[in-house]
Each structure stands twice: as structure tokens, then as C-alpha cells.
Design a protein. Structure first.
Length: 265
């Protein structure tokens, strides 16, 4: 009764099912690995934000220094004086709500211990009336300041961030110590500080950037389970289809036999 499984149509169906099973299994593990990566990232951020602050220059080096992944978001401190002459803004950045487009304000801080200069992302400001004009930016505090912030790696061109030439004066698309060291000649340390607090506190300052979200694990585990459930349904579905086909064939055979029975005279 199941000899129809040797037909071309059913052999093709079986082949597709056999190909789908390892594919959906791999897709499930892909989502599982994404879940694990998200959990690791959240744990790294939570640990970095709660570790005792350390001086910025103990973790960084020359311009272009690649901040290790396990040091990203680490709470750091820095003391010195701002260098407003080399301040710049970074275009196409959103505020804490993610709804408004504006600029990040980045001001170099000359370290008091003479170890070099640190780029400080002081926060977000709204766009002005013209994209080619420098926006209204609260002045950096004068005199000696002590900062606390998060260690961040230089931004690289790629993805949604493009490094384009021909921008207005003191406007950039990236926060890059390499780029700024080349343009200004300053002895910059690699990476930058994302400001969270200033002592003494200024009367006016850009909108500080919020702490990164490290509680959301995303939907990847649910997606992994869905793929594996679909994997289990593939052979079940094939068996159900085959049994239904066999049942229909038996019914057709019985009806054919019934029509073939001779009627007595």
C-alpha cells in the first residue's frame, strides 16, 4: 500500500524533508549562539559598569588603540583641562529616547598627569536650523575638572556609519582618536570616554548618554526553540501526509472494486 513512496513526487518530497532537517537544526543553533552572545554582552556590561573606576590612561595607549572587548564600557576616570579649541561634533546621532537626530559633542581633555589627551563625548545636542552650521553647544567647563565615564572603542567606518569627506568644519561622522590625532597633531590616547559625571558639576551641559541596556536578552532563545520544534514537525508531517495518501488510495481501491462487482441477473 505504501509503494507510492517510491514515486518521483514522493521521493522529491522525502529529499526536501531530509534537507530541511539539518538546515532547521543549524538555524536553531544559530539563534542559540546569538542568545548566548547577548547574555555574555549583558554580563560584560553589568560587570564593567559596577567594577571600581580606574584612570583612563591605565587602560589605553596611543591613538588607534583597539580597546579590548572585555574593557569596553569599563568605568574610568580622568582629570585635566578641556581643550575647546579642538572640540568637534559627530553628526546623525540620536538622543536618549532615540527619536531626535542631533550631534554628539566631543571635547579633548588634556590630562593633568601629562599622559596625553583623551577624547570626551560630553553628550548630545539638538540639530540647529542648518546642517552646515556648527550647532549651539554648551561650553566645556573651564579650569581643572575630574570626569567619570565609560571607556569606548574608536568608531570604525562601516555598517550604518560612513566616513565621508567634505563635511563642514569641525563636523565628523566618527569618533576616532586616529582621525583626530592626524588632524590636530595632539598626543591622543586610543578610544574615548563617554561622560557620565563631572566634578565640579557644570551649570549647563549636553544631554548625557544613558547607560547601555544590559537586561534585555532578546527573542533569540524563543526563535531557537521554534526552529527545533519545526525540525521535529518535519518527519511528523511527512508521516501524516504518507498515511493520508495511503488512506485515500485504499478508499479509491475499495470504490473501484465495488463498481467492478457484477450485478446478478
Amino acid at each position: 500500500m505504501y509503494r507510492f513512496l517510491l514515486s518521483r513526487r514522493w521521493l522529491i518530497t522525502l529529499l526536501i524533508a531530509l534537507l530541511l532537517i539539518p538546515t532547521t537544526v543549524r538555524l536553531g543553533f544559530w539563534q542559540l549562539h546569538r542568545h548566548e552572545a547577548r547574555v555574555d554582552r549583558n554580563e560584560l556590561i553589568a560587570r564593567s559598569l559596577t567594577d571600581p573606576p580606574v584612570p583612563f590612561d591605565t587602560l589605553s595607549a596611543a591613538p588607534g588603540f583597539a580597546v579590548p572587548k572585555d574593557l569596553t564600557w569599563r568605568t574610568v576616570t580622568a582629570s585635566g583641562q578641556y581643550d575647546p579649541a579642538h572640540e568637534f561634533v559627530v553628526r546623525k546621532r540620536t538622543d536618549s529616547s532615540g527619536d531626535k537626530i542631533g550631534y554628539f559633542v566631543v571635547t579633548p581633555l588634556v590630562l593633568a598627569d601629562g599622559a596625553g589627551t583623551v577624547l570626551v563625548n560630553r553628550g548630545w545636542v539638538a540639530s540647529g536650523n542648518s546642517a552646515i552650521e556648527y550647532p549651539a553647544v554648551p561650553a566645556a567647563p573651564a579650569g581643572q575638572v575630574t570626569l567619570t565615564g565609560r571607556l569606548r572603542a574608536d568608531e570604525a567606518a562601516g555598517g550604518s556609519i560612513k566616513d565621508r569627506a567634505g563635511l563642514p568644519d569641525r563636523q565628523f561622522n566618527l569618533i576616532s582618536s586616529t582621525q583626530q590625532a592626524k588632524d590636530t597633531g595632539a598626543a591622543l590616547l586610543g578610544g574615548y570616554l563617554e561622560l557620565t559625571a563631572t566634578q565640579p558639576a557644570p551649570a549647563d551641559q549636553p544631554e548625557l548618554l544613558p547607560e547601555p541596556n544590559h537586561s534585555d536578552i532578546g527573542p533569540h532563545m524563543a526563535y531557537a526553540i521554534q526552529w527545533w520544534l519545526f525540525t521535529a514537525l518535519i518527519p511528523v508531517g511527512f508521516v501524516v501526509m504518507a498515511r493520508r495518501e495511503a488512506k485515500d488510495r485504499r478508499k479509491e481501491a475499495a470504490e473501484t472494486e465495488g463498481l467492478a462487482v457484477p450485478v446478478p441477473a
